[in-house]
Design a protein around this ligand. Structure first.
Ligand code: ASP
Ligand code: MG
Length: 401
């Protein structure tokens, strides 16, 4: 018998019919002999609906009354799921954050889980009752409801799985994580298993399947996570398993090709000194809340440094404003980033060569390049992005995965 935390997201909770289908998935796991706790998100659209109402009345994200309103979405969802499970002849009970409690710290709309008391859950499970926990919410030191940030139910599920010593199955509307976006490369295949770090790199760049913090949490606590589809018949989604790197038996070099559209490039020529050199540039950008991605620094002929870096297109305006005093400040839009991700890249010498080789053959110009332990990214023209994704997908034989 394995203990399982099953998390159902907004689309899996989208209507009474979808809730009933998700309940049937839980019932099938119980029939398989597993002990099950369920964590739910609000029905699709509810969080946005409440947020819209709160905003119309002056309460945005970060205002504590907004959190109380938003948490209502998960409260209702937990009760509805408990009803659906009862209809299948199972014992179930909705559980809200304050009833455990799930303790949190930090600002409204972006709280952090600091502790979960597992006692109520243990006694429900011991009595054969399925606890249905409202995700996304916690109670702060003042006893008030606070939320964990958008997509936070994944984090609730990972944290509850850690407390219960359970595996964590995240049910969503896709059948796992793919080698790249199937809308760009129809030959993309589902990955059987990936490491937490690969998941973070893929999720941070488009494959928005799991909330980033939940993956970090699962990695830190050693929680096994799976991404599955609630749109398949019960027991029929193979999904993708997110595991510790050491548990990855087969050593694939590359797991996937990720991408991000709408990137911008900024160039500043010939800068130096403590008040206007690279250190000052990045301090100004950080103060403006602009995240800098790739950076290239070269020596200017005049002395000093030529600096080039990339930012999200939506941050370009703020970045240029923060750097308004710099002479020769230039920028370009219409760029995109393509990234090759895989734990097998660690310590390999030929990664940049392969990437350059593939893109050169396709006559795709690399405007900037950055590498990290398990990722290599190139900035290319946005109109060449899809070709770049397909070429790299083929070069790394991901269509045969
Ligand atoms: N309902 C919340 C949101 O829409 C939390 C979640 O879905 O994970 O962000
Ligand atoms: Mg989500």
């Amino acid at each position: 018998m394995t203990r399982l935390v099953l998390k159902f997201g907004g689309t899996s909770m989208g209507s009474p019919e979808r809730i009933a289908h998700s309940a049937a998935i839980a019932a099938a796991e119980i029939a398989n002999g597993h002990q099950v706790a369920v964590v739910v998100s609000a029905m699709a659209g509810e969080t946005d609906r409440y947020l819209g109402h709160a905003s119309a009345l002056g309460g945005g994200l970060g205002e504590i009354e907004t959190d109380t309103a938003l948490a209502a979405g998960e409260q209702a969802a937990a009760a509805l799921m408990a009803l659906a499970l009862k209809q299948l002849g199972l014992k179930a009970r909705s559980v809200l954050a304050w009833q455990l409690p799930i303790e949190v710290e930090g600002p409204p709309g972006a709280a952090r889980i600091t502790g979960i008391d597992g006692e109520v859950l243990e006694s429900l499970l011991a009595g054969g009752v399925i606890p249905v926990i409202a995700g996304f919410q916690g109670v702060d030191a003042q006893g008030r409801l606070v939320t964990l940030g958008r997509g936070g139910t994944d984090l609730s599920a990972a944290a509850i799985a850690a407390v219960l010593g359970a595996d964590c199955d995240i049910y969503t509307d896709v059948d796992g994580v793919f080698t790249t976006d199937p809308r760009i490369e129809p030959k993309a295949t589902r990955l059987e298993r990936i490491s937490h770090d690969e998941m973070l790199e893929l999720a941070a760049m488009g494959a928005k399947v799991l909330q980033t913090r939940s993956v970090e949490y699962a990695k830190a606590k050693g929680v096994a996570m799976r991404v599955k589809s609630s749109f398949a018949p019960p027991g029929h989604s193979a999904g993708t398993e997110v595991v510790n790197e050491s548990a990855l038996a087969e050593r694939r070099v590359v797991s996937g090709i990720a991408y991000a559209r709408a990137q911008a490039r900024i160039a500043i020529p010939g800068i130096e000194g403590s008040t206007s050199g690279p250190g000052a540039v990045f301090a100004a950008l950080a103060a403006a809340g602009v995240h800098v991605d790739m950076i290239v620094q070269g020596r200017a002929r005049s002395g000093g440094s030529n600096l080039e870096f990339s930012v999200e297109g939506r941050d370009l305006r703020a970045a240029l404003a923060a750097l308004a005093g710099y002479e020769g400040l230039g920028s370009a839009v219409g760029l995109a980033k393509v990234s090759v991700v895989g734990t097998g890249l660690r310590g390999r010498a030929d990664v940049a060569r392969t990437l350059y080789g593939v893109l050169e053959r396709e006559a795709i110009e690399v405007r900037m390049l950055a590498t990290s332990e398990i990722k290599i990214s190139a900035l290319v023209n946005e109109d060449a992005l899809e070709r770049a994704v397909r070429a790299l997908h083929a070069a790394y034989r991901l269509d045969e995965a």
